[in-house]
Ligand binder design. Sequence first.
Ligand SMILES: Cc1cc2nc3c(=O)[nH]c(=O)nc-3n(C[C@H](O)[C@H](O)[C@H](O)COP(=O)(O)OP(=O)(O)OC[C@H]3O[C@@H](n4cnc5c(N)ncnc54)[C@H](O)[C@@H]3O)c2cc1C
Length: 354
Amino acid sequence: MKKYLIIGGGVAGLAAACRLIEKGEKPLILEAGSYPSHKICGEFFSPECVAWLKRWGITFEQEIHQITLRSGQRTFTYPLLQPAGSMSHLSFDSKLLNRALEGGAEIWPNTPVLDILPTAEGFLVTVSQGQKIEVKNLIVAVGKLPFFRKTALKPTYYGIKAYFSHLPVKEKVVMFSLPGSYLGVSEVEKGIFNVACLTQHPFAFAGELIEKIKKEDAYLNDLFNEGKMLFSDWMVASIPEFGLKATPSWNRAYFIGDASITIPPASGAGLSIALASGILAADYAKDGNPEGFKKAWKKSHLLQLKAASLLHHLMLRPKLLQLAMRASPFLPGLTNFSFRSTRERYFSGHLGSY
Ligand SMILES: Cc1cc2nc3c(=O)[nH]c(=O)nc-3n(C[C@H](O)[C@H](O)[C@H](O)COP(=O)(O)OP(=O)(O)OC[C@H]3O[C@@H](n4cnc5c(N)ncnc54)[C@H](O)[C@@H]3O)c2cc1C
């Protein structure tokens, strides 16, 4: 019987593996896809997780010292007290993967889990080849579309991503608010920009959405006309609802990352949540305390989810956002409180001890 099995080798699953290794364990990770792979994500790493990742020897060439919001003619710049970072999933996931492998984790790529059956001792997990694995402690890190859900999730939003060069952007990160969509541009490597967009508008193909955006925003129109797309096509995914996930109440199971909480990307907090939940779940799993994990984890995110949700709805409504941008110089305390509320608290609470 395996002592620790992690289903899903994205950021959350790999972080859990790295932490279990620090605690002297050698987990098995089952990953449906292969490495390295691109993911639909703005690839912005928030300041609190950047500071923490230094512990694992992961540093960011692209440091971000401020975030710029643009909506119509208005621009708002928020200076960060500590630098955030930007890095492609290809690079970041490889760094975490190597750390896990060097520490002795076993990783099976191209191995989707098909079924999980709770048993008296733990779980019986069925993988694609029909193979069954017995496991005592299970960490579920399958992302935003949990396969154990019986009813299909309706897409509420759509996400797209591509890389560009030759973008005449001075800022390291700039977010654009458009009616029913928002779009982020961040430099992931020198001269290479991630462009990721979340939209409520269904579209036949991503190019159609981009044409609509170009008509809505003259600045973005110029940007897309000058930029050179480095992908053969946009990556596209449908995104279900955001919020806390309903998860099965299995004993000895720990749901982490997007499988536990999917936070609106406007907050730029999904990756720090993935990392923090992986680390925390490993700590609680080592102590055999799934209930403790559930309490410690979900409760502490209610305010963060509310703040992220507010920002998300403002970003989808440029007129309202512009009003908020006009008011912010007069309400610096509220602006700081709103930003800080979207941050992952786990790291700020633990940084001092490392
Ligand atoms: C448009 C958009 C932009 C975003 N931008 C940012 C940003 O800039 N900054 C930020 O912090 N967050 C951002 N996010 C959120 C962030 O990307 C996610 O919160 C984060 O990647 C979640 O990590 P995860 O490990 O939980 O899930 P994932 O990265 O989805 O990993 C889950 C893994 O599980 C595997 N898997 C799934 N099912 C199975 C199965 N049955 N068996 C085995 N393996 C399985 C998948 O192949 C995958 O590798 C963005 C999200 C969107 C949609």
